[in-house]
Design a binder for this molecule. Structure first.
Ligand code: FAD
Length: 457
């Protein structure tokens, strides 16, 4: 089909494709550099996995200073704070409030936001992305741009434009498990917290359960019997109130600004986990809700504090940990991450563990010591520059990285930094009339620092 005859719906200097964490940060960063930016998103709000997927909190970098490699993070934190919707320096947030915060932030920076618009195809000529083909209530149309930033989380634009990619665990071929997250409200936190403490005392097991007596509680169960709540889950499974998989990665914690709510990071699915397969997405979304209803019944029957609890929100977006990773000018390897290699053009530092979910969780924080006394890894700017297409960046969880490296850098800290770096890089490339690959990543980082981003230097 000749898409070039389609009507042009919009044009911008920089088109950000997908309005998740990376996309929203990319759009603001580019607009702050004085560029005309349009962000295109399929759903009804910005934030993606962090908002519509209900994914919180932002993971700590596991570097003692916890450097926020993003100046926009502080802006988002302050806006959330004004609304009473964050704590822990913005790491814990209300995902529904974050939607509005990201949209307001982009709007105030002059970003044009186009929601309810799905990106289905691209037009590429001579290695240059000319336009994306979108579908919305106006039918099919084109959005043209000079530079494009793919923030779809799955690299949709890159793949449609012909970029190379890898996908899944090289040992099994499978993607990381999918989860459908949800919020339960009207929980008597004090009663549940005391129940946690009683269960620790009764079982003598102190793994994955804590309550500070006030407003901070955490619960988790995974493979193995050492978890505080493992026996309760086993009893419920024996009684037919739960299935085995309900026990395999279950996690709950408090939500900023919601005194009586708990956010659950489950149920988790181990099959049908291809986030780019609509059948898999549909299946996990529908079966996920069925499991959530079962889990709520379980809480009411087996826990104290859930007597009057109800579902406040089920994620409208299935939680995809990993789908595609795009081939870029430099692909961050597993070895780079494990050896904590440093890069001159780095835009992000982190020491977040290797975090591969599955029936057996591979969570590995104690990596080998490093020679340089700097126990963190870095992500280079070149891993944002898509190979083979001149004017296209990839950001977020699907930037250029091998599977094991992606299992760590997929967290929101790095996604934010990647968006910010791509937005600044794109603006510099336009200013100088050069290609993204010709921009020096160290310069991008320096601009991030000038604007307030933190690095351990
Ligand atoms: C279950 C789960 C738990 C997690 N737990 C944590 C955690 O505790 N802490 C942490 O820091 N990180 C966690 N992560 C990782 C982190 O949340 C994500 O990797 C990160 O939010 C992804 O951001 P992103 O911008 O790359 O993608 P997304 O936020 O997914 O954004 C992609 C955006 O693009 C849009 N889009 C996609 N395709 C198209 C298209 N074709 N057309 C138009 N729009 C499109 C989507 O609707 C979405 O808005 C978790 C992830 C999952 C799935």
């Amino acid at each position: 089909m000749d898409y070039s005859k389609l009507p042009v719906f919009a044009e911008a200097e920089i088109v950000v494709c997908g309005g998740g964490t990376a996309g929203a940060f990319a759009a603001k960063a580019a607009a702050d550099m004085g560029k005309d930016v349009l962000i295109v998103e399929q759903f009804g709000s910005l934030g993606g996995t962090a908002t519509n997927g209900l994914v919180l909190p932002i993971m700590h970098t596991h570097i003692p200073e916890n450097p926020q490699c993003s100046y926009i993070s502080a802006i988002v934190r302050d806006k959330l704070r004004e609304l009473g919707a964050e704590y822990n320096n913005g790491a814990n947030f209300d995902p529904l409030v974050l939607k509005s915060v990201l949209e307001t932030m982009c709007d105030e920076s002059g970003v044009r936001i186009l929601l309810h618009t799905f990106i289905a195809e691209t037009i590429v000529n001579d290695g240059k992305l000319e336009a994306i083909v979108v579908a919305n209530k106006n039918g099919l149309g084109l959005i043209k741009g000079k530079i494009f930033i793919d923030g779809t989380g799955d690299g949709d634009v890159c793949v449609r434009a012909g970029a190379g990619y890898t996908k899944g665990n090289p040992e099994t071929g499978k993607n990381q498990p999918i989860s459908l997250r949800y919020l339960v409200a009207n929980v008597d936190i004090h009663a549940f917290g005391n129940f946690i403490l009683e269960t620790i005392e009764k079982t003598g097991k102190n793994s994955g359960a804590s309550y500070d007596g006030k407003d901070n509680l955490y619960v988790a169960v995974c493979a193995g019997s050492h978890w505080t709540f493992a026996d309760i889950f086993d009893e419920a499974i024996a009684n037919g109130d739960l299935i085995d998989d309900d026990k395999n990665y279950w996690q709950g914690f408090m939500v900023a600004g919601r005194d009586n709510a708990i956010a659950f990071n489950n149920p988790e699915f181990f099959d049908d986990v291809d986030g780019t397969d609509p059948e898999h997405l549909t299946k996990t979304q529908i079966q996920g809700k069925q499991r959530i209803i079962r889990q709520l019944k379980f809480y009411k029957k087996y826990f104290k504090g859930f007597e009057n609890a109800y579902l406040a929100e089920i994620a409208s977006m299935v939680g995809i940990r990993e789908s595609r990773n795009i081939e870029t000018e430099y692909v961050l390897s597993a070895s780079d991450l494990l050896r904590r290699v440093k890069f001159d053009d780095m835009f992000c530092q982190s020491n977040y563990p290797v975090d591969i979910h599955g029936k057996t969780l591979h969570f590995e924080g104690n990596l080998a010591p490093v020679d340089d006394g700097k126990p963190w890894y870095e992500i280079p700017y070149r891993s944002l520059v898509v190979k083979g297409i001149d004017n296209l960046y990839i950001t977020g969880r699907c930037l250029g990285a091998e599977f094991l490296a992606q299992s760590s850098l997929r967290v929101q800290h790095s996604c934010r930094a990647s968006g910010e770096a791509a937005g600044i890089g794109a603006a510099l490339a336009l200013d100088r009339n050069v290609l993204p690959r010709d921009i020096n990543g160290a310069e991008v980082r320096n601009i991030m620092i000038e604007k307030g981003a933190q690095f351990v230097l």
